[in-house]
Write a new protein. Structure first.
Length: 580
């Protein structure tokens, strides 16, 4: 059973958001260049009101100079030039930072242990990787550059305003407490809605991916209507949360615009009175209003920036949780020697503390031997294979490969020597060629590929395909039959020529004739190798050197086929049921 964990929103905030960004922030020099360019752009825009003031206060039609117009035009072009380059530079830094964040999360996910994916749906994890990073991308690559240039522009304008006339800008600060009172409760609500929206999108992504990947089951079960209604519920939930967010923004924007207009009107009226009284020139008032525009524009972008940051807190929470999970250390330990015997000693294992899956398992397997594990479904056979591959660690006891405890060995080296063929026949959506090359650090020649396919009796059907080795298999190999997929997986094992061969129902999806051919091929592959087999079919295990029979996670009998037929009643019954 998969368990989805929820984490308190109170544990995350703006601080955690910026810490996450800081952890992947690399383009510091380029960022500084962008800031310098933004300062130059803002400086140019700050000179324009002063030139305008000079023109209004000193020029008439008769005294107007073309040099003044040229200087104004030059400042506009300078501001445009530096603004364009600084925006692009800061946008590049933002996009690169998000790229690094995605790289970091993707790399981290690939090195997480199997136990993480047992407890978290892969589709939901992918949704966090794609959707949550997109939310953060909007902040870092789009909102942040505007915020930085806005801060420079606002700071410069305020300094000049106070130098020009300290009384006028003081009026603006009267509105700051009003802004704060409005934004605090709205900000908290938007954080909550942002988190709910991200969770709802992730849940819908999970549901849609799961159902579409099993679309054949949906159609064969006639559940299109049911799944349609279920999907509508998810979509409606997203719509409802989005509209709640839209209502807040729809109310917020008019309020903020009203406050800005009120502030603007108050300053304009006060300035007009002072012009009439002679305390201020007309040019100064016009310049003041131009600087006021330089302030109000950034304020609007600040609101958008902080709203996006608050919405991204939920996304940060999910990504931060993933990054805090411990990864597998694949290259720690000693290399495997040339002894590929496998010994299990008093192995206990449980996925949860409430129930044991394996209890006191002991077995030995040596090169050249075929060791089989039989028993009812759910008795722990596949789990035992997972322990040998290092996907999990025994709760008690040890597994030895050669002369070393598995815990002491480099797990990547161990897996390199194992050829694992499972009954699930996992393949990717790429071509047959790419599937057979998967995991190798060199490119197989066509001759090597065809040799592997021939050993797996897969060459004939591959040659009949229109694109041959370049045939794409579709999602999870949907263009091939179960038997064809299984033969591709077996061919992949042949090509790797492993020292340890682990077969988990390797011929389960094959017909009798194909199975007989594959068994002969596998027999040649098993020569001088350590071979472990999980099988329900009698034909697969009767010739094994030793058979271990598992019931409820315990070995209740071991021996050759003939010995178990005499001494183990359940095994004998198990065999007879297949012969009926």
């Amino acid at each position: 059973m998969k368990v989805e964990k929820n984490y308190s929103l109170n544990e995350y905030g703006t601080k955690e958001f910026f810490e996450l960004i800081k952890s992947v922030f690399q383009k510091k020099i380029l960022f500084c260049i962008g800031i310098i360019l933004s300062i130059l752009s803002s400086s140019s825009s700050l000179i324009i009101p002063q030139l305008t003031k000079h023109v209004i206060d000193t020029s008439t039609i008769s005294t107007f100079k073309s040099s003044t117009l040229f200087l104004l035009t030059l400042m506009f072009l300078t501001q445009l030039f530096f603004s364009a380059i600084s925006n692009y530079t800061l946008r590049y830094v933002g996009e690169y930072t998000v790229k690094e964040l995605r790289d970091k999360i993707w790399n981290h996910l690939l090195y997480l242990p199997i136990s993480f994916f047992d407890n978290h749906k892969s589709t939901k994890t992918v949704s966090h990787l794609v959707n949550d990073t997109t939310v953060i991308k909007e902040v870092v690559s789009e909102q942040l550059p505007n915020f930085i240039s806005g801060v420079i522009q606002l700071t410069g304008s305020l300094i000049i305003l106070f130098i020009m006339d300290w009384k006028m800008p003081s009026i603006m600060f009267l509105s700051v407490p009003v802004f704060a009172l409005i934004m605090k409760p709205i900000g908290m609500t938007m954080v909550k809605l942002g988190n709910q929206l991200q969770l709802s999108i992730a849940e819908f992504n999970t549901e849609a991916s799961e159902k579409l990947s099993e679309i054949r089951l949906v159609k064969s079960s006639n559940t299109e209507k049911y799944e349609s209604d279920s999907g509508k519920d998810f979509i409606s939930k997203i719509f409802t949360i989005s509209m709640q967010d839209a209502k807040i923004e729809a109310i917020l924007q008019p309020i903020m615009m009203t406050l800005i207009l009120a502030m603007f009107s108050g300053i304009l009226g006060y300035g007009a009175i002072r012009v009439q009284s002679g305390d201020m020139t007309t040019g100064t008032l016009v310049a003041f209003l131009l600087y006021l525009f330089n302030i109000t524009a950034p304020i609007a972008s600040f609101l958008g920036f902080f709203n996006h940051v608050k919405k991204s807190i939920g996304a940060t929470k999910h990504l931060d949780f993933i990054l805090k999970q411990s990864t597998e250390i694949l290259n720690k330990g000693i290399g495997i020697d040339d002894n590929f015997s496998i010994v299990g000693e008093n192995i206990d294992f449980s996925y949860t503390s409430s129930s044991s899956v394996l209890k006191n398992i002991n077995f030995e397997a040596y090169p050249g031997q075929i060791i089989a594990f039989a028993g009812p479904s759910g008795s722990g056979k596949t789990t035992l294979f997972s322990l040998i591959e290092g996907f999990y660690t025994p709760s008690y006891g040890n597994i030895y490969i050669g002369n070393h405890n598995l815990k002491e060995l480099r797990i990547d080296k161990v897996r390199r020597h194992i050829g694992y063929v499972s009954q699930d026949s996992p393949v990717f959506s790429g071509s047959i060629r790419s599937n057979l090359n998967y995991g190798l650090n060199y490119e197989l020649s066509d001759n090597e590929i065809w040799q592997g396919l021939q050993l797996a009796h897969a060459d004939s059907f591959v040659r009949n395909l229109k694109d041959g080795l370049n045939t794409t298999l579709g999602e999870r190999g949907t263009k091939l039959s179960g038997g064809q997929k299984q033969r591709i997986v077996i061919a992949r094992a042949f090509i790797r020529n492993p020292d340890i061969l682990m077969l988990d129902e390797a011929t389960a999806n094959l017909d009798g004739q194909s199975e007989e051919k594959i068994q002969q091929a596998i027999k040649s592959l098993m020569k001088d190798r350590t071979t472990l087999i999980i099988a329900h079919r009698l034909s697969t295990i009767v010739k094994a050197d030793k058979i271990f029979f598992l019931e409820n996670g315990e070995i209740t009998g071991s021996g050759t086929h003939q010995e178990l037929m005499k001494n183990h009643s359940l095994y004998a019954k198990y065999v007879k049921e297949q012969l009926i």
